[in-house]
Design a binder for this molecule. Structure first.
Ligand code: ACM
Ligand code: ZN
Length: 527
């Protein structure tokens, strides 16, 4: 999947990537054509979409989103952006077909649609520019059907991707039209309301001989009867869909999101987050033996995704794709028993070099730096293996090693999603607040923990850390307060919040607060 909404990429770029995909026996190209950052396909019935919603006053997505996410007329001298004409799109489809590749278009709904609601405020529940379209308004259905009519005419693919991910569904709860539709159709909640839209779109596309694909959120509510599910929030969604007899495509974020860092972040251009080196992509097994055959047969494919929020140039996009897309292809075609990392690695290097000789901008894997040093060593310290009491629970989306995480001796790597970092949600007065029991009075000279910051996904260093000690676990004496002015930084950074001195205690309490976003730490080290 290539996202040409966040930064527009033209037909020459897309054809060049098709050449590489063909060499790798990748047989589908999913184009993410529409999103808040720009509508990228000409629709003759709605010229405003590409006269207005395809253009913005800022060049990069980051500047645009920090600058208020506004659009601008395409003929304004300050306009940045672009779109594929229908003629361009047909040329891409034909070029791909000649190389045995089917192009699958994605028209996002009901969310990721700020560009639609800004252009057509009547399709919004309230003010223009909301992320979700109004699903209570009959004009919304008419709009998408008209758009899809033109899309079907350009793209002959069996599958049409209709998005379905990350809808906020908030405005629907207060919209007269949405509430009226829920009442009329006996829909219990807003998940069912989203399902209603997806079902209607499926019916429409089925009536034209096509099938829908949606991101795994289309399972919230009631899954449309013939839908194929694209599993991106891990693999559970795909497995659940397969269990229900639906086809699924595996595209799990932790393995196949090629917008994540591919090497040590300090050596790389800014990325959205994550850490997915070539070896991690190659390690993915889409159909493990543990899956019973009736589920395995529904896993019909895999997909690598290049989202482009942080990828402003064509060169940068190629750099993120190559060599990792080589591993995507091989994990799709090569059964587990035939996998061999050393063999793959040497072929990937050669293939990458071949691409480079042919004018592609690749990442030279031979210079790979690797994971965060701490993550490659075992941390030995006085609190290792000791019991941790959570005075406030951790964030269950980022459990890591549950109550053992902060004293298990395992340090986190470059990604907060690597299962070694534990998350703490900032919500009101929520924070990290734990007490470690060292089991006996202990001489202590150091207490510290590392935190990560990557503000794109809302991960911040703490504003304040307080460290206290106690002999009885009830009466604590504060030994350090570390204030830190929270401020936005680019890319990924780490900071240790620690105390050094001389003390004696059995219990250590470590509290970290944030006023901006969530916190992630991997280990509380006591020496
Ligand atoms: C997605 O990454 N929102 C599908
Ligand atoms: Zn509405």
């Amino acid at each position: 999947m290539l996202d040409i909404s966040r930064h527009f990429r033209d037909k020459e770029f897309i054809k060049k990537q098709i050449d590489a995909l063909a060499k790798l026996k990748i047989n589908r190209l999913h184009l993410h054509l529409t999103d808040a950052a720009g509508w990228r396909i000409e629709i003759k019935k709605y010229p405003q979409l590409t006269e207005y919603a395809a253009w913005r006053p800022q060049e990069t997505w980051k500047e645009w989103s920090e600058g208020g996410s506004n659009y601008i007329n395409g003929n304004d001298p300050l306009a940045h952006g672009g779109f594929l004409t229908q003629e361009d799109a047909r040329e891409i489809v034909d070029y791909a077909a000649d190389r045995f590749i089917t192009v699958i278009p994605e028209i996002e709904m009901p969310s990721h649609s700020e560009e639609v609601t800004a252009t057509f405020p009547n399709l919004s529940c309230g003010r223009p520019g909301l992320p979700d379209v109004c699903v209570g308004n009959p004009e919304t259905y008419l709009f998408y059907q008209n758009v899809l009519d033109e899309i079907l005419d350009i793209f002959p693919s069996e599958y049409i991707h209709i998005g379905g991910d990350e809808a906020s569904k908030q405005a629907w709860k207060e919209c007269e039209k949405c509430l009226a539709l829920m009442e009329k159709e006996n829909l219990d909640n807003v998940d069912e309301l989203q399902s209603y839209l997806i079902h209607r779109m499926e019916e429409y596309l089925n009536s034209k001989g096509r099938n829908i694909i949606g991101w795994d959120e289309i399972m919230e509510g009631t899954l449309a009867p013939n839908a194929t599910v694209m599993s991106w929030r891990g693999t559970e969604g795909g497995i659940k869909a397969a269990e229900a007899g639906h086809d699924a495509i595996m595209s799990p974020g932790g393995f196949y999101y090629l917008d994540s860092y591919q090497d040590a972040p300090p050596t790389q251009p800014e990325a959205i987050s994550g850490y997915t080196p070539l070896s991690k992509v190659y390690s993915y097994n889409p159909v493990p033996d543990s899956l019973p055959p009736h589920i395995a047969e529904h896993i019909v494919g895999i997909q690598g995704n290049l989202w482009c929020e942080y990828i402003p140039t064509a060169q940068h996009a190629e750099y993120m794709l190559y060599p990792r897309i080589i591993a995507v292809a091989e994990t799709g075609w090569t059964p587990q028993e035939m996998r061999n990392w050393d063999n793959f690695y040497s072929r990937a290097v050669k293939f990458n070099d071949m691409l480079q000789r042919n004018g592609y901008h690749v990442f030279d894997i031979r210079g790979e730096v690797g994971n965060r040093r701490e993550a490659t060593l075992d941390a030995d310290h006085l609190a290792k293996g000791k019991r941790v009491v959570y005075n406030i629970p951790w964030w269950d989306r980022y459990n890591a090693n549950f109550e053992k995480t902060l004293t298990d001796g395992k340090r986190g790597g470059w990604s907060y999603g690597d299962g070694l970092w534990q998350g703490f949600l900032y919500r009101g007065d929520q924070r990290l607040d734990v007490t470690i029991d060292l089991e006996k009075e202990t001489e202590i000279h150091y207490i510290g923990a590392d935190f990560m910051q990557i503000i794109g996904p809302g991960v911040w260093l703490p504003a304040q850390v307080t460290i206290s000690i106690s002999d009885d676990g009830e009466n604590f004496t504060e030994i350090a307060t570390i204030d830190h002015q929270q401020k936005a930084t680019s890319g990924l950074s780490f900071k240790t919040f620690s105390w050094q001195g001389d003390a004696k205690a059995r219990y250590v309490r470590y509290v970290a607060k944030s006023f901006e976003g969530c916190l992630f730490t991997d280990e509380i080290i006591v020496n």
